[in-house]
Write a protein that binds this ligand. Structure first.
Ligand code: COA
Length: 153
């Protein structure tokens, strides 16, 4: 597995596994390729958008790190990072998420971030366990969401 920056040409394949996650009830946001291009790979607040790729070129997962800007949808303090992680359902528990975060953490250091927010559905046990495992800690709970924070070191 390698981890690299996502390029626009990855959008269609990323969209396929986002649709899979949606059909499993693990995603509520749009999953089409245009959304991937505008909200992830080409977003103005993007710090890094990394993909993990198998030896045969199959994309296994995506992790986005954005800068929290004024009026961001998650209500995160301006200047924090905001992270999102999406792993192809057939590739979970193989260390894809961990490998993606090694690259994202480096990008956060390079960008001078001090904190990263991960906002997760309160019933999303795999998401909560994943962020716990990579060093995030709960700092806020909302009605249906848990907000976790990583202190960048
Ligand atoms: C959550 C998610 C990103 C984890 O990705 P992953 O590639 O499977 O994670 P890794 O294999 O790197 O696992 C790292 C650690 O996280 C924890 N973890 C991951 N999935 C878990 C699960 N289903 N149950 C319990 N712990 C889990 C474990 O501690 C794991 O280490 P271990 O396998 O050595 O025990 C992936 O399941 C996913 O994309 N889910 C759907 C979308 C989502 O919920 N995203 C996160 C919220 S935005």
């Amino acid at each position: 597995m390698i981890v690299r920056d996502a390029v626009m040409g990855d959008a269609a394949e990323i969209s396929i596994f986002l649709e899979e996650l949606a059909s499993l009830g693990k995603r509520n946001l749009p999953s089409d390729a245009d959304y991937v291009r505008t909200h992830y790979i080409g977003h103005a607040d993007k710090i890094q958008c990394a993909v993990a790729e198998d030896e045969d070129g199959t994309l296994l997962g995506l992790q986005i790190l954005k800068m929290a800007s004024e009026g961001n949808a998650y209500g995160v303090d301006v200047g924090w990072g905001i992270i999102g992680t999406h792993v192809r359902p057939s590739a979970v528990r193989r260390g894809v998420g961990k490998a993606l975060f090694a690259a994202t953490r480096k990008a956060a250091v390079d960008a001078g971030l001090s904190r990263i927010d991960a906002t997760i559905g309160a019933t999303n046990l795999e998401g909560v366990s994943y962020y716990d495992a990579i060093g995030f800690e709960t700092y806020k709970t909302l009605d249906t969401r848990i907000c976790k924070c990583f202190t960048v070191t």
